[in-house]
Design a protein around this ligand. Structure first.
Ligand SMILES: Cc1ncc(COP(=O)(O)O)c(C=O)c1O
Length: 359
């Protein structure tokens, strides 16, 4: 059984992907070409945003997004204490200061009320993460009065009461890292926004600050999506809803099967894309060993919260007790669109077996 379907997705579209790669290679246009532009439009529309700016990774989408919305070196930016390192690093990498905010033990996302508490006059933005694909409570976070840059790296196609993830903030960053629900076979990312000024600034920032070759208006960088990845992403985007549908059906089956067990599940704030299926238990390490012995692959997302990472020590992070507790208990079960019903049943039985034996 595979933990994710990186390879299986390719197998299912092998001929289409191989042909698309062949046409790009023989076409002679490799970076920021017509396929990138078409994909940017298609994905922005899918998210309910007006524009998309393809970049080199999800981390770059966050960094460029921060600069485009006016965050400057020395400013403070609120980020949740539980996320991939990239969320905090994107802030630090552009010279700003990440301020870690605790998470909710219900939905595992940034605590809206603590955004208000940890905001100061130096705070210029907040980056809520839709962790594991579950929408963060953006309407409540909006009460802090800060520009919201959504970290939607795990939330392609997730929906909330306020709309699709990526459509609410002033901008939203997505990653196309191979394990994401919408992915390519390398690094890639996109910033989506309905704000024409942010879009224009981001286009300059990703390409040496220039619109036309050899005429740089601002200091930019090299972070561009290329044609090969855009060709692959266009094919995968057509399957995204179908694949998310299968993931959601599996998530529903897991939820139903674990109802009677003494394990915690992420509260449903909307319709997650089921990027990851995470359970929480005080017996995490023993459950993980049991699953491992039975051939069921698992991961921990994430074992160490951001405010405890050595890399962020210089920012003197404040206490985030919920994040500490969550990270000591989370376990991600196999979740992808190509799990068979028999695989899902085996995961469920193996988890049940552990709790039966433990009692
Ligand atoms: C929540 C979150 N934010 C940001 C990123 C960064 O994306 P990338 O790896 O494409 O730079 C990731 C991906 O790992 C992520 O999961």
């Amino acid at each position: 059984m595979d933990f994710n379907d990186v390879r299986l997705r390719y197998e299912s579209l092998r001929d289409e992907i191989d042909n698309a790669i062949g046409s790009v290679l023989s076409g002679g246009r490799y970076i920021l070409g017509p396929l990138v532009e078409t994909f940017e439009d298609e994905f922005a529309r899918y998210c309910g945003a007006a524009r998309g700016i393809g970049v080199g990774s999800g981390t770059d989408a966050l960094k460029i997004g921060l600069r485009a919305i006016g965050v400057r070196p020395g400013d403070a930016v609120l980020v949740p204490a539980v996320s991939a390192a990239a969320t905090g690093m994107s802030v630090a990498a552009m010279g700003a200061r990440p301020v870690f905010v605790d998470i909710s033990l219900d939905d595992f996302n940034i605590l809206p009320e603590q955004c208000l508490e940890r905001k100061t006059s130096r705070t210029k933005a907040v980056i809520p993460v839709h962790l594991y694909g579950m929408p963060a409570r953006l309407k409540e976070i909006g009460k802090a009065g800060l520009p919201i840059l959504e970290d939607a790296a795990q939330a392609h196609g997730s929906d909330a009461s306020w709309g699709r993830c990526g459509s609410f903030g002033v901008a939203a960053a997505f990653s196309f890292y191979p394990t994401k629900n919408l992915a390519t076979y390398g690094d890639g990312g996109i910033l989506v926004t309905s704000d024409a000024t942010i879009a224009e600034a981001s286009r300059l920032l990703r390409n040496y600050g220039q619109r036309e070759n050899y005429s740089s208006k601002i200091l930019g960088e090299n972070s561009r999506l290329d044609e090969l990845h855009a060709a692959i992403l266009r094919l995968n985007l057509r399957r995204l809803d179908e694949w998310n549908g299968r993931r959601r059906a599996i998530a529903e089956k897991y939820r139903e099967a674990f109802r009677e067990l003494p394990i915690g599940l992420q509260a449903q704030t909307g319709k997650s894309n089921a990027h990851l299926f995470v359970v929480t238990t005080a017996h995490r390490d023993r459950l993980r060993s049991h699953l491992d012995e039975c051939g069921v692959p698992t991961f921990t997302h994430y074992p160490v919260p951001l405010h405890r990472q050595k890399a962020f020590a210089e920012f003197r992070p404040a206490r985030c007790p919920n994040a500490d507790l969550l990270c000591s208990r989370v376990l991600s079960l196999p979740m992808h669109a190509f799990l068979s019903d028999a695989d899902v049943d085996r995961v469920i039985e193996t988890v049940h077996e552990f709790f039966k034996r433990k009692v």
